[in-house]
Design a protein around this ligand. Structure first.
Ligand code: SF4
Length: 432
């Protein structure tokens, strides 16, 4: 029997509100001298968590993966990477609107997340001076209405499920009034950070049921990185999304210290397959400023993916290993002793569509641009190869002006936003 709203047993403990924590000083499990160090990191890359998620941490284990995911680390301040590592700015057609692939538009409709993943590739959106997100989506809706080729809309940001149900409903309603929009996706880590969001909010349940129809589904692109995030509550939350007619899949990056081993990934994907949430993508991390401690080189990542993907059933092994490059979604198909093989799964430039190509193997490389195409291989349009020198451009040391701007609260980040109808502190980006 499939799960329905009636058969899902939601108890009073399942419907509480999480308490948001925005300063590392509020976490007594971290020793004072360490907190002092981490405070400096959080002044550059904002910190936010909640009591539910922090309770998942084993504080006796300094390498606890949930801790790595949410608690800042000093190494984030190393010079490494760029704030917009895949040049999303180049795809921006209006404030809060990105159009990269013909049929798909991204609406960056919110600038906050349920908590902030330390490895986020959109952490630039958390900065005070960033204007890439807009709460007024009217320009985005008009743009989509005028472009009949757009059949897919991805709500992202920030996390769309942290918006109030009223705002989310308005956006879904407007999108559903556009005949050519077939699929609406919501990229969200709220099912991991705050399973209560869906369990407690009957208005959200009704909204999803109304707008995810048999003919036109809403997809939840969930973001679980580690099997320990799949708590009984999180699983119940996912079942609720499904009971509301939402199709759930999972995508996550490979992250050093969190899921960079085959056992962990196989465990994660196995459990996801048991609960009917297919693994969709495993992403190569983008070389983003602040992310050095979390990144895994391409070859090592592929070897981990290869070992993980064959350990469980075929249903668990469906995650493609891919990078979201400026030029498209590029699958990392294979590695041999001399070469790395790629295929465009989605492409911005028509010339690259579906193309296979190969680069000389360099085990130090984190990103395509650090490699060199093999002689005779197709050379993708729009990629600036670095002749195999494997350098990563450092983040601008204008960082003080880029990253931290006064807003009166002294931490360089905006103060508050709506969360399921509440105002809570902080801002963020989204995970697709
Ligand atoms: S955008 Fe996604 S990856 Fe980034 S902080 Fe928010 S939930 Fe995490």
């Amino acid at each position: 029997m499939s799960v329905t709203l009636k058969t899902l047993n939601v108890s009073p403990q399942d419907v509480r509100r999480v308490k948001y924590i925005r300063r590392v000083d509020e976490i007594p499990n971290i020793p004072e001298e360490e907190r002092e160090r981490l405070r400096k990191v959080a002044e550059v890359y904002v910190f936010r968590a909640n009591d539910y998620y922090l309770e998942l941490i084993d504080w006796d284990d300094p390498n606890d993966p949930i801790r790595q995911l949410i608690i800042p680390r000093s190494e984030e301040l190393n010079d490494w990477g760029q704030l917009d590592a895949s040049n999303e700015a180049a795809n921006t057609v209006a404030q809060g609107v990105q159009h990269k692939y013909t049929d798909t538009v991204l609406l960056l409709c919110n600038e906050v997340c349920g908590a902030y993943c330390r490895y986020c590739f959109r952490k630039r959106l958390f900065m005070d001076d960033n204007e890439e997100v807009t709460k007024d989506v009217s320009d985005g809706i008009a743009y989509i209405r005028e472009h009949a080729e757009v059949t897919n809309v991805l709500l992202t940001g920030g996390d769309p499920l942290i918006m109030s149900t009223r705002r989310l409903r308005e956006i879904l309603q407007q999108l559903r009034e556009i005949e050519h929009v077939k699929i609406i996706r919501m990229g969200s880590k709220m099912p991991a950070f705050d399973p209560f969001r869906i369990l407690r909010d009957e208005g959200l349940q009704e909204t999803l049921r109304e707008f995810s129809t048999p003919e036109k589904r809403i997809y939840l692109m969930a973001h679980f990185d580690h099997p320990r995030e799949l708590t009984p509550l999180a699983i119940k939350g996912l079942a609720m999304y499904q009971a509301c007619g939402v199709t759930c899949v999972n995508q996550c990056p490979m992250i050093r210290g969190i899921n960079d081993d085959p056992d962990t990934l196989a465990d994660l994907w196995g459990t996801l397959s048991h609960i009917g949430v297919p693994p969709y993508y495993l992403f190569q991390g983008r070389p983003t400023a602040g992310n050095e401690p979390y990144e895994v080189p391409i070859v090592e990542g592929w070897e981990i993916w290869r070992d993980a993907v064959t350990r469980e059933s075929g249903l668990a092994g469906r995650a493609r290993f891919a990078m979201s490059h400026e030029t498209g979604k590029i699958e990392i198909c294979g590695v041999d002793s001399e070469r790395i093989h790629f295929r465009y799964h989605r492409s911005k430039h028509p010339e690259n569509r579906g193309q296979f190509f190969s680069c000389y193997r360099d085990d130090r490389a984190y990103w395509l641009d650090q490699l060199e195409p093999v002689d005779g291989s197709f050379v993708p349009v729009g990629v600036t190869f670095l002749d195999g020198t494997c350098r990563l451009p450092a983040v601008s040391r204008d960082a003080d002006s880029v990253l931290v701007h006064g807003n009166g609260n002294g931490n360089g980040h905006r103060d508050e936003t709506e969360v399921g109808g509440l105002m809570v502190p902080g801002r963020g980006g989204c995970c697709n």
